[in-house]
Write a protein that binds this ligand. Sequence first.
Ligand SMILES: [Zn+2]
Length: 90
Amino acid sequence: MSVIVTCPNWCTTNHLGNDEPIEHDGPRWPTVEGVSGKSWASVGICTDREHGVVVTLDADYGPNLTPQRAREVGLQLLEAASWVENHRDG
Ligand SMILES: [Zn+2]
């Protein structure tokens, strides 16, 4: 199966048999919860068609963060940035 050949070794995406996957997902950091109910922020790694391996920041329900949680997200972003620099070549 060519998926094995074309996926970087850190890819966690289930490509469902797609022979030539273009986008890949890497590791994700633990989701950080906002102060209100269901809001959250999440840092991870993915590929971008034009820019290669990049850091992804997802958030929903407009997370308002305590200083502690804001630092948590900030540290995750720093770690993710380093991860990308260490995995530029696959
Ligand atoms: Zn993949």
